[in-house]
Write a new protein. Structure first.
Length: 269
């Protein structure tokens, strides 16, 4: 279990004040799947914050505002369980996470499952809802701000722009293009001409770029990369599709990072 900073007296007052404006919809479910946003604690939704304050148990990912929970709720009153899935590192099995949700819900606890971004955008949130449903456990979803759109915005990059692009696609880059488990149609993605926002794709950036080029996307297509968006460690740079793989290495980019492929990445503010 992670250790979290003691709540300050100032924040205690803020939490009491926030409670006055809680959603009129009371927490009737046993489990709340909460989207924590892209990283900064103050980018979670108001409802998400209220659910954390109401929870008895919080199962937290490493993404989203997990490390700053003391800014959102009184951690001294919560059982906080670290269920991080670090890229190419520590992994808490999804089956174990499901077991914990069910165990605490069946014990009569209000369980908050805090996830990075939005629970239903490559977050396995629906799997957790299904696991709860199989055991007759009521589960609600609190949508979150996805990094696929918000992180580029925080770096000054629009996902769409009038007269430039009228569509965008969010892509998981976790599985490389040639892998048999890949479900992406790279030829179709190359043909769209719209913005491509890639998350979980640091390791496979070079292969993804090459797959798009091979499928007809211009090698000089602008690309913008943002690492640890919304946090104090945010950094970004621009490159081209042809240079993406090498540029990621040269800039020592590590997860979490989002990269945007398309004309919007070349716009100047």
């Amino acid at each position: 279990m992670k250790k979290f900073t003691e709540i300050s007296s100032r924040n205690r007052k803020l939490f009491k004040l926030a409670g006055m404006f809680s959603s009129s919809e009371s927490w009737t479910a046993s489990v709340s799947l909460i989207g924590g946003g892209p990283g900064a604690w103050d980018l979670i939704t108001v409802r998400g914050m209220h659910r954390l304050q109401q929870a008895d148990v919080i199962l937290a990912d490493h993404l989203g505002p997990a490390s700053e929970l003391a800014q959102l709720c009184d951690v001294s009153t919560k059982d906080i369980i670290d269920v991080s899935k670090l890229p190419y590192g520590k992994q808490v099995a999804q089956s174990k996470i499901n077991e914990l949700l069910i165990e605490h819900a069946q014990a009569g606890k209000k369980v908050a499952r805090l996830k990075g971004g939005d629970p239903y955008i490559f977050g396995r949130g629906f799997e957790e809802l299904q696991a709860c449903a199989k055991h007759g456990i009521a589960c609600e979803v609190v949508p979150g701000v996805t990094s696929a759109v918000s992180v580029p915005a925080l770096a000054g990059i629009p996902i769409t722009q009038r007269g430039v692009v009228h569509s965008f696609t969010v892509i998981s880059g976790h599985v490389p293009p040639q892998h048999p488990q890949s479900l992406n149609d790279w030829e179709a993605l190359a043909r769209t001409g719209g913005t491509l926002s890639v998350i979980m794709g640091v390791k496979n950036a070079g292969a993804i770029a090459q797959a798009l080029i091979d499928a007809g996307r211009g090698s000089d297509t602008p690309v913008a990369v943002v690492q640890e968006g919304s946090t104090e460690n945010q950094k970004s740079f621009k490159t081209t599709l042809a240079q993406l793989g090498q540029a990621m290495k040269d800039n020592d980019i590590k997860p979490p990072a989002v990269y945007v492929i398309g004309e919007v990445a070349g716009l100047q503010s």
